[in-house]
Design a protein around this ligand. Structure first.
Ligand SMILES: *Cc1c(COP(=O)(O)O)cnc(C)c1O
Length: 427
């Protein structure tokens, strides 16, 4: 069978894989290998990767140091699966994370390892907040994305995902995110008013869940003032502040946690995507110790704390988070990227383009989904993998590996530039 298959033929996927597949439609080739910022298809054609597994591969593909640590652990007979038994791999990870990430930032958290996906962690956070406060409602924000299992979906705004649920996802009130009505409107004032007004019809919530830069929702960064105002509201009213740092965390915005620039100290932080460093499934809740009201085993999951992923996650901390080189580089590379994107936007197309984001989490808003799709396809034909986000898929989302070298970065941006410019000439 395999001998007959033409390279890059998608026929097996069309015949055998569910319609639900999506990224293979945006990038219709068969990938076989990857290294750093590059993906290679079955013909041996190379693509620059500005998608990075939707934020899973902040350190690029197949980092030899992290993979080496996994291979060595495997060869030595280390525990691969241990439910949530105490293992050397988990202890080493927690000690490193505490010493390298939490303590230098003055943060004190307990670790909860839920199932391996981001949605698993969001579900656990919402459940804990409701259990802790005895309140039923959770506040989420317009354009928020927190996963698609039912609990996580209930706090996700996008109608396409919500319509697929088949049941009414309940217990959530959506409030306007920062900038929802334009820059002049402080939506945190409205939030404050309705949450504290006993006659607004909005119940006092158990939790407020937010992304500091909305990823799937269109690369929408919240301001420091807005985030601090939401945190004040939470502190005053015993509301659990949950920061979903699944996509914006692990260095993406220029600091390990995306909320550091706003001096927040969230009650719960949710991490996943780039946490394991190499793309192995791993997610984590960080809980303020006073919030840890779980009974043993009350929330569980078979694949809690994937031991092999804990090994590579520890290696990621050792390689990238023992000094300040990576975050400095992210800030500088992000500045270069946004300058170039501003220039690309200025050159313009029929509809005006705009740039936004923080650090190396940037978006080029094309105004319409149709234009963004054209640009994405043109870029792909020229060897750049880049995806869209936002309510109408109208934003080109740029998430290159944080470790990308300048030359490759500029090559990728050159491709994007020409894909945008080809759009201006129409077709
Ligand atoms: C990807 C993502 C999730 C969901 O993670 P899954 O592993 O797909 O369940 C949740 N929140 C944010 C912000 C994400 O980007």
């Amino acid at each position: 069978m395999t001998g007959k298959t033409n390279p890059n033929s998608l026929s097996a996927f069309e015949e055998l894989e569910s319609n639900v597949r999506s990224y293979s439609r945006s990038f219709p080739v068969v990938f076989r290998k990857a290294a750093g910022a590059f993906l290679e298809d079955e013909r041996g054609f190379e693509f620059i990767d500005f998608l990075s597994g939707a934020g899973v591969l902040n350190y690029g593909h197949n980092d030899p140091y992290m993979l080496g640590s996994a291979v060595q652990y495997w060869r030595s007979g280390g525990i691969i699966h241990g439910l949530d038994m105490a293992t050397v791999a988990k202890r080493t990870f927690m000690e490193h994370f505490d010493a390298l990430i939490l303590r230098p930032r003055g943060l004190q958290y307990k670790f909860q390892f839920p199932g391996p996906t981001g949605a698993n962690a969001v579900e656990a956070a919402l459940k804990l907040a409701r259990k802790l406060t005895g309140r039923k409602t959770v506040v989420s924000f317009t354009n928020g994305f927190h996963g698609v299992s039912l609990g996580a979906l209930s706090v996700t705004g996008n109608r396409y995902y919500r319509d697929a649920a088949g049941v009414l996802p309940g217990g959530v009130v959506f409030m306007p995110y920062d900038g929802y009505y334009g820059a002049a409107w402080d939506t945190s004032e409205y939030l404050n008013k309705v949450v504290t007004d006993t006659s607004s019809g909005v119940d006092m919530p158990a939790a407020i869940i937010l992304e500091t830069v909305q990823g799937e929702g269109g690369i929408n960064p919240a301001s420091k003032a807005w985030l601090q105002s939401v945190e004040r509201l939470c502190k005053k009213n015993g509301i659990v502040l949950i920061v979903d740092d699944i996509q914006a965390g692990c260095g993406r915005t220029g600091t390990f946690f995306s909320f550091e620039f706003a001096d927040l100290s969230p009650d719960i932080v949710v991490l996943s995507k780039s946490l394991s460093g190499v793309g192995l499934p791993l997610s984590l809740l960080l809980l303020r110790p006073e919030l840890d009201v779980w009974q043993p085993g009350e929330h569980n999951g078979t694949f809690r704390g994937n031991n092999l992923a804990l090994i590579t996650a520890t290696a990621a901390l050792q390689k990238f988070w023992t000094d300040g080189t990576l975050p400095l580089n992210v800030v500088e590379t992000g500045r270069i990227m946004s300058e170039r994107l501003e220039k690309i936007a200025e050159r313009g197309t029929d509809s005006p383009l705009s740039v936004r984001g923080r650090g190396m989490m940037l978006g080029l808003d094309c105004g319409t989904g149709k234009l963004a799709e054209k640009i994405m396809h043109r870029a792909f034909e020229q060897g750049l993998v880049v995806e869209r986000c936002g309510a109408e898929d109208q934003v080109i989302k740029l998430l290159p590996p944080l470790t990308i070298d300048r030359q490759t970065l500029h090559r990728g941006l050159n491709i994007l530039d020409s894909a945008v410019h080809a759009g201006a000439e129409g077709d």
